[in-house]
Design a binder for this molecule. Structure first.
Ligand SMILES: C[S@@+](CC[C@H](N)C(=O)[O-])C[C@H]1O[C@@H](n2cnc3c(N)ncnc32)[C@H](O)[C@@H]1O
Length: 483
């Protein structure tokens, strides 16, 4: 323990800072970037936030290739942020250590200053809405509020969100923080600290414990004054994250990538939320009607309808699985916008009695009248046509081209019947969307692994040996293109 980390030193410096508060200066931003699949929109989002709040110089170690590091520079230039790349490391197993190491060295050289530290939170689960919200809460309080935080660090040693009071794992939940350099300078360098934690080290490389040292390093010495912007020992890794408002004054996440000349959104296959569909969801929820999908998933499918229209792919949009009609209403709006017809196939009596576990016959039952009334109220009935009945009875007579097929039918056996009848009618260049997907099924090369559910097993079986490209979108939705 260095002298700084004793009760006497703590009490003395707190008394001195309270009597004579001086905000730390200068401030430096250290930003860890992990180039995992789909990283570009996250980096674009975070650089846009930095530019918005006037933090236009950052230092980063990049876990990725030289090509990816060049791309980081391009995106930064697009947002007017100057990024100094400290190191390019192909091994993702180094986690946040290289950037923290550099932050520590800078703190020792600038004892009167402060460090703002953050990272590409959520990049390993890019489409996870919960992680995105968690990242945005931290961006709001730690990064965007940096001027206020600087004032608070006139007294506090370290600042962040949801400090976890724990003997073994004290840390800011999510590891975005700001800290005085005199505090950081008194810590061991992160690599040395890692070696001192045999409990982490012996857990084995790439285990969650091995990663934890990057989070617990900041609080690895006692006698710290923690300023928590949210509340100590609250958590951000569960639904409670939704109770914190992540809005950054004057900054709109929907307005990032304007015009997108750098192709950031396309590279990460990111789709801008569709305000019309978001409104439908707001009104739908206000009316208290249940739904099984969300407006962001629908925005991806609406984007697919726009793409097939631009490519002049012939055919209707076929929805299988409507329940109360939320996805039908959203897709009808997209179809009306692009001059397409929407056909909605459903039993309007819920699921058939399944041979598969986890579901029950009649589940998600909604009468055709109720569905029609919801469509009338929220969607575009004039472009929509119902095809009521069990798929085994209504789809064998299917005989028209399909440009987009969307399946939200829960059961592998229903998917099997649909694809058996509809796949031969899918136009070249047509797109298939399906619910019941999870990010872990999808490989970066566009193939789907073996660890899947019955829906994806039925899809892969129906494809036989055909080449395809599948990608996870968000929520539980995925896109499939047959080559
Ligand atoms: C989870 S719900 C759809 C939810 C809806 N897409 C939404 O946005 O809320 C599943 C639907 O699939 C329908 N379904 C599943 N298998 C079916 C089958 N073999 N024949 C007809 N309808 C079926 C059910 O009637 C139910 O309406």
């Amino acid at each position: 323990m260095s002298e700084y980390h004793t009760r006497e030193a703590f009490e003395a410096r707190m008394a001195e800072r309270r009597a004579n508060p001086r905000p730390p200066d200068p401030a430096a931003v250290f930003y860890h970037i992990a180039c995992l699949p789909g990283w570009e929109p996250i980096v674009g989002e975070q650089l846009a936030v930095l530019a918005h709040v006037g933090l236009t110089t950052v230092q980063s170690a990049v876990l990725g290739t030289q090509t990816e590091a060049r791309r980081v520079r391009e995106i930064a230039q697009y947002y007017g942020v100057s990024v100094e790349i400290l190191d390019v490391i192909p091994d993702p197993g180094r986690y946040e250590q290289p950037t923290l190491q550099a932050a520590h060295a800078w703190a020792r050289a600038n004892p009167g200053g402060m460090v703002i530290y953050f990272h590409t939170k959520g990049v390993s689960a890019r489409a996870d809405e919960h992680k995105r919200q968690w990242r945005r809460v931290m961006q709001r309080y730690v990064v965007a509020d940096w001027r206020e935080n600087r004032a608070r660090l006139a007294v506090a040693d370290i600042l962040g969100c949801a400090w976890q009071e724990s003997v073994d794992y004290p840390h800011f939940c999510g590891n975005f923080w700001a800290a005085r350099c005199d505090w950081l300078a008194g810590l061991d360098p992160p690599d040395q600290y890692r070696l001192s934690r045999s409990d982490f080290r012996w857990a084995g490389a790439h285990s969650w414990r091995d990663r934890m040292f990057v989070e617990t390093w900041l609080g690895s010495q006692g006698w710290h004054h923690v300023d928590d912007r949210i509340g100590k020992s609250t958590t951000l890794w569960n639904e409670r994250v939704w109770t914190f408002d992540p809005a950054i004054p004057g900054f709109d996440y929907d307005q990032i990538f304007p015009g997108d000349p750098a192709g950031i959104a396309a590279a990460g296959q990111w789709v801008r939320p569709d305000p019309a569909l978001r409104d439908v969801q707001g009104q739908w929820d206000a009316a208290g009607i249940p739904r099984a999908t969300g407006h962001e998933e629908m925005a991806y499918i609406a984007d697919g309808i726009a793409r097939v229209t631009a490519a002049k792919v012939p055919g209707v949009v076929l929805e299988c699985g409507a329940w109360t009609g939320f996805s039908s209403a959203c897709l009808s709006i997209a179809c009306a916008r692009h001059g397409r017809r929407l056909v909605v196939a459903d039993s309007f009596a819920g699921l058939p009695v399944p041979a598969e576990p986890g579901y029950a016959g009649g589940q998600f039952a909604c009468t055709q009248d109720r569905w029609q009334a919801n469509l009338q109220r929220f969607g575009r009935p004039e472009v929509t046509q119902a095809r009521p009945g069990w798929y085994a009875e209504t789809l064998p007579t299917w005989a028209e081209p399909v440009a987009v097929l969307w399946m939200d039918v829960d059961l592998g056996e229903s998917v099997r019947v649909i694809l058996d009848r509809v796949l031969p009618w899918l136009s070249p260049g047509g797109l298939i969307y399906t619910h019941e997907s999870h990010p872990s099924y999808f490989r970066p090369d566009g193939t789907v692994g073996e660890e899947t559910n019955l829906v994806w097993r039925a899809i892969k079986k129906a494809l036989g040996g055909r080449l395809y490209r599948a990608r996870f979108l968000c929520g539980s939705a995925a896109e499939l293109e047959i080559r």
